[in-house]
Design a binder for this molecule. Structure first.
Ligand SMILES: *Cc1c(COP(=O)(O)O)cnc(C)c1O
Length: 337
């Protein structure tokens, strides 16, 4: 039996046997023809959950965000984005390379948001010198932080004043919903489109779902085909996601409780210069990258996988129990002590 504990990311979860059984039993068809009943049902379910007209299943969150940006923006348009948001920093420049869409990155505030004054100042006038400001690309959660109440409505109002669209990268919007007690509909209400990851806390092996208006999703379906994301019997993984929606949403609260438990167990240890917890993520600042690498090596010897670096991100998920957290706290205390 594999007794290792992997805190590097919530993407490392493996499908449970119940999820595998649901995948095996899924009715399927050719989804490019619109013939896969499991995909069609999942898209309808996710659209309803998010309060949007339509939805599109894609293999990854990166492709989902890319397709959203390509659908909202034309060549020569610009999207305004946080400089550490996924759609700018972690997607290999896809929107610029494949869409000729210019990013306008802005600093991310301590609470994970963009300052409204910064957004306002970055929006460009209609002038031949400038790219056309077209879209605000937001992110919730960012670094595990849930966007503050009311912020998204302010962003919406600002966007409306300037005729901009809003895309929300909601890779972990289910975590935000469970942590804040607000519904997905509420959290998605101020965005024109939302991308939801199913391969993270939800524990599906792959898949993201993009939601928005029917017209937007029609465009997105064409862009998905263009970037090579039109899939055939994709019902196999739509079934995994459907299973996750039934069984793995409420339980995200356990991941948040485990993150808090981990935070409380490590924050006072010697050598810990700083520690914060946000939903399912704990960030431990060890003062230097060398200390981080040293802890990484010691924990690895104890069967615990973490990322290296100065500020280490520890992520709780479906495959990490409260007992595992206690093992991590004990091993960390021994390593740092
Ligand atoms: C993980 C993630 C994505 C999508 O990543 P994929 O690995 O392509 O599925 C998008 N945005 C955020 C904020 C993420 O954390």
């Amino acid at each position: 039996m594999d007794t290792s504990i992997d805190l590097r990311s919530d993407t490392v979860t493996r499908p449970t046997s119940a999820m595998r059984a649901a995948m095996a039993a899924a009715p399927v068809g050719d989804d490019v023809f619109g013939d896969d009943p499991s995909v069609n049902a999942l898209e309808a379910r996710m659209a309803a959950l998010a309060g949007k007209e339509a939805a599109l299943l894609l293999p990854t969150g990166t492709q989902s965000n890319l397709v959203a940006l390509l659908s909202h923006c034309q060549r020569g348009d610009e999207y305004i984005v946080g400089q550490h948001y996924h759609t700018y920093f972690y997607e290999a420049g896809g929107a610029a390379v494949l869409g000729s869409i210019q990013p306008q990155p802005l600093p991310v505030q301590a609470d994970g948001t963009l300052a409204l004054e910064d957004i306002e100042a970055a929006i460009k006038a209609d002038d031949v010198h400038f790219a056309r400001s077209r879209l605000l690309a937001m992110e919730n959660t960012h670094g595990g932080r849930v966007m503050p109440d009311g912020y998204q409505a302010q962003v919406r109002a600002l966007a409306d004043r300037h005729g901009l669209r809003v895309h929300l990268d909601g890779a972990r919007l289910f975590n935000a919903a469970v942590a804040s007690g607000r519904s997905l509909v509420q959290l998605a209400a101020n965005a024109d489109s939302v991308s939801l990851c199913c391969s993270k806390g939800l524990g599906a092996p792959l898949g993201s779902v993009l939601v928005g208006s029917s017209a937007f999703i029609r465009d997105a379906r064409r862009w998905r085909k263009m970037v090579g994301g039109g899939m055939r019997q994709a019902g196999i993984f739509a079934a995994a996601i459907d299973h996750a929606l039934d069984h793995h949403v409420e339980r995200l609260a356990e991941d948040h409780a485990n993150a808090l438990r981990l935070y409380e167990g490590v924050r006072g240890l010697p050598g810990v210069a700083g520690c914060v917890v946000n939903t399912n993520m704990v960030y431990v600042d060890l003062g230097s990258a060398e200390q981080g690498l040293e802890l990484q090596a010691q924990l690895k010897a104890a069967g615990i996988l973490i990322a290296g670096g100065r500020k280490i991100r520890l992520v709780t998920h479906l495959d990490v129990s409260a007992a595992a957290i206690d093992r991590v706290i004990g091993a960390t205390a021994r390593a740092l002590g």
